[in-house]
Design a protein. Structure first.
Length: 381
C-alpha cells in the first residue's frame, strides 16, 4: 500500500507509516505525476482533487484533513468508486475560539458591549452551533440561519434575509457550494449587504467564495459594514490587497488552525483509512486532544436561537455534533485566556505588513504556517 500524504499534515509520515509506504508532498505543488503507484492520497484544503489530478491513477482512497471539502470533486470520486473521508468538525472548537476573540477585539474597538448586540450565525452545524453557545455564554442574543435545517423542520431558525434584518453582527459558518437551492457561492452580495443594519459587523471564517469581495468593499466604503473580520479569501493564496487594507482584522486562513485541531484532523483521516483497509487496531480511543470521529461523540444539545419575534429552542442533530469535543460556555475570564493564545491584532498587523502588493502567493502560506501552532483554550478533549 503506497500512501501520498501532504507534508504539512500533523504526524506525517509517522502517523500513517503503519498503514503503508508513505511519501510526502508539498500541497500547493501536487501534480498528477506525483500520484504514480499511489493507492491513497491525503490532502489539505490547498490541493484541488478531481479528474485532472486523479485520471489514470490507482488511487482508491482520498482523505481530506480539513473541515470543508469544496476542493474535492465528490461526484468524480463517486463515479470512480474512490472512498472519500474528511475531518469535518475536528476544528470546530478552534474556529469558535477565533470568533470569540474577534468579537472581543471588535467590541473593544467600537466600544459596544457584546451583551447589547445580536449575533447572526449563518450555518448552525458543527462550528456554528458552538459559536452560538459561546455567544449565549456572553449574554448575547443569537439569531440562527440554516436553510437546509429550516427546510427540514428545525425550529427557531430564520431565513437569510431576515437574519440580515435582525443582526448587529453576522458570522459565516457554511460550506462553499455552487449548486442547488441553498448554494452559498456569492451569497453575501450587494443586495443582502444592503439589508444589514448600518454599521453591522461581518465575520467570515468559512470560505472566501461565499462573499462577493467587490460588493463587500463597497459596503465598507459606504458605512453599511462597520466592522469586518476576514480569515478566508477568494483565490487564496492570492489576496485582494484592497480588501486586505480595508478589513479591521485580516488573517491568513488560521481560524481552524490549532495543535489540537490538526491532531484531530490527522487522526480522523488515519482512522478512516484504517477502516477502509480493514486493518484492526488503528482506530483511536481516548487520546487527550487527539480524539477522533469514533471517540469524541457527545449527546445532542439544545441551543437557544432567538427569532426576531420569539425565542425558541433549536435541537441540533446528533450528526452535527458527533465529531465535536464538548465545550463550556465562555466567560470574560475565558475570553481573556483565548486572547492570550490568539492575538488577532498582532496577526492582522503582520499580514497587512507582509502581504504587500509586491509579495508573492508564498507569503500567505508562510504567514499561515507561522500561526498554525496555537493551543485551544476553552476545552481540550
Amino acid at each position: 500500500m503506497k500512501l501520498l500524504v501532504d507534508e504539512a499534515i500533523w504526524g506525517a509520515p509517522e502517523l500513517f507509516g503503519p498503514l503503508g509506504d508513505v511519501r510526502t508532498f508539498d500541497g500547493r505543488r501536487l501534480r498528477p505525476d506525483d500520484l504514480e503507484d499511489a493507492d491513497a492520497l491525503i490532502v489539505r484544503s490547498v490541493s484541488p482533487v478531481g479528474e485532472p489530478l486523479l485520471d489514470g491513477s490507482a488511487v482508491r482512497f482520498v482523505g481530506a484533513a480539513s473541515s470543508g471539502i469544496d476542493h474535492v470533486d465528490r461526484q468524480y470520486l463517486a463515479s470512480r468508486g474512490i472512498t472519500l473521508a474528511d475531518a469535518a468538525g475536528g476544528n470546530a472548537v478552534t474556529v469558535a475560539e477565533y470568533v470569540a476573540a474577534a468579537l472581543w477585539v471588535m467590541a473593544r474597538r467600537c466600544r459596544r458591549p457584546l451583551e447589547e448586540l445580536t449575533l447572526g450565525v449563518v450555518g448552525v452545524g458543527r462550528i456554528g452551533s458552538i459559536v452560538a453557545d459561546f455567544a449565549a455564554g456572553l449574554d448575547m442574543k443569537v439569531v440562527g440561519c440554516d436553510p437546509p435545517r429550516r427546510s427540514a423542520g428545525d425550529a427557531g431558525l430564520v431565513d437569510f434575509p431576515a437574519l440580515a434584518d435582525a443582526a448587529d453582527i453576522v458570522t459565516l459558518h457554511v460550506p462553499l457550494t455552487r449548486d442547488g437551492p441553498d448554494a452559498t457561492a456569492d451569497v453575501v452580495d450587494a443586495a443582502w449587504l444592503g439589508r444589514l443594519r448600518p454599521g453591522a459587523w461581518l465575520v467570515n471564517t468559512s470560505r472566501g467564495g461565499v462573499v462577493r469581495e467587490d460588493h463587500l468593499l463597497a459596503a465598507i466604503a459606504d458605512g453599511r459594514i462597520g466592522g469586518c473580520v476576514l480569515d478566508v479569501w477568494r483565490g487564496e493564496p492570492d489576496v485582494n490587497r484592497e480588501l486586505l487594507a480595508a478589513a479591521d482584522i485580516a488573517t491568513p486562513h488560521i481560524a481552524g488552525q490549532s495543535i489540537e485541531a490538526r491532531r484531530r484532523a490527522a487522526l480522523m483521516i488515519r482512522d478512516a483509512l484504517a477502516r477502509h483497509l480493514g486493518i484492526p487496531g488503528h482506530v483511536s480511543g481516548t487520546t487527550g486532544a487527539a480524539q477522533t470521529a469514533g471517540s469524541i461523540g457527545v449527546p445532542p444539545v439544545r441551543t437557544t436561537i432567538a427569532d426576531p419575534g420569539s425565542i425558541g429552542a433549536c435541537p441540533l442533530r446528533r450528526e452535527a455534533r458527533s465529531r465535536v469535543p464538548p465545550v463550556s460556555r465562555p466567560t470574560a475570564a475565558t475570553i481573556a485566556a483565548i486572547r492570550s493564545t490568539l492575538d488577532l491584532e498582532a496577526v492582522s498587523r503582520a499580514m497587512k505588513a507582509e502581504l504587500s502588493p509586491a509579495a508573492g502567493p508564498e507569503a500567505f502560506d508562510a504567514l499561515r504556517a507561522r500561526f498554525a501552532n496555537r493551543r485551544e483554550t476553552i476545552s481540550r478533549p
